[in-house]
Write a protein that binds this ligand. Structure first.
Ligand code: BGC
Length: 245
């Protein structure tokens, strides 16, 4: 079975058709940069463009960087505020020309990593952390995935994602050592509350994991995401396929 996975992020929206049995991308992903904040209507236009690019007819899954409750988007920390309260399923289904399955982007990445990436075959409690414009988190155990919002863990009066996200590293021009130590402090706080056995780190920086993993000093084993930046696309596609099952 195939499904189109679409990953809406802080700086781009990406999509590709996915073989949901293997998690393989069936075509090169199509990426639309979003340097400006797109309104919901504009984002729906970008979804339509991806669907048309692949001339797609079939299940569509969309990962969104905010809290999803049923059909609705409840938060939008790094995207346009007009998404808050919006019926995301209706918005994107109209654009896609058929019903879409909507899921939090970090939960999508966790589904992908647990099914065909760094968590495959592991049944213990796993915390997935994606480091991008925002920080996404999800817990997984024995095939069950929960979206969390630990990127908004309180940190110096703000959300932790403002300090430990990949964007913060660039903004503050932190070295890998400085950033790794800071990220380690954050992960150890989450560990004290959640006690994961394994932590999977995703997002673009995971490709450079050798530069900062030695400074994390967590109790849990830390591993890089295997699907790298593709996890969001693959997980959204898996979610759409599951929805149809
Ligand atoms: C959002 C999360 C999202 C994360 C990564 C955070 O700002 O609140 O829902 O998973 O960014 O995109």
């Amino acid at each position: 079975m195939k499904a189109l996975g679409i990953d809406i992020g802080g700086s781009a929206i990406k999509g590709a058709p996915v073989d949901v049995r293997t998690g393989r991308l069936l075509a090169e992903r199509h990426r639309i940069a979003t340097p400006r904040r797109l309104s919901p209507v504009q984002m729906a236009g970008a979804v339509r463009e991806i669907v048309r690019h692949f001339e797609w007819q079939g299940p569509v899954g969309i990962g969104f960087p905010g809290v999803i409750a049923g059909r609705r988007i409840l938060t939008s920390a790094n995207l346009h505020p007009k998404f808050i309260g919006c019926d995301g399923v209706r918005l994107f289904s109209r654009a896609a020309g058929g019903p879409v399955a909507l899921i939090n982007d970090a939960a999508a990445a966790a589904h992908a990593e647990m099914t065909c990436g760094a968590g495959r075959g592991f049944t213990g409690k796993t915390l997935l952390v994606t480091l991008g414009t925002g920080v996404g988190t999800a817990l997984a155990q024995d095939g069950v995935v929960f979206a969390c919002e630990l990127g908004h863990f309180p940190w110096e009066g703000k959300s932790a994602e403002k300090f430990v996200g990949a964007a913060a590293r660039g903004r503050e021009d932190l070295s890998w050592v400085q950033w790794g130590k800071r990220l380690g402090r954050y992960l150890r706080q989450l560990e004290a509350l959640l006690w994961p056995e394994r932590i999977i780190i995703g997002g673009g920086a995971s490709a450079k994991h050798r530069k900062f993993f030695p400074h994390l000093k967590t109790r849990a084993e830390v591993v890089p995401a295997q699907l790298r930046n593709g996890a969001g696309i693959v997980g959204a596609a898996l979610w759409a396929a599951r929805d149809r099952a």
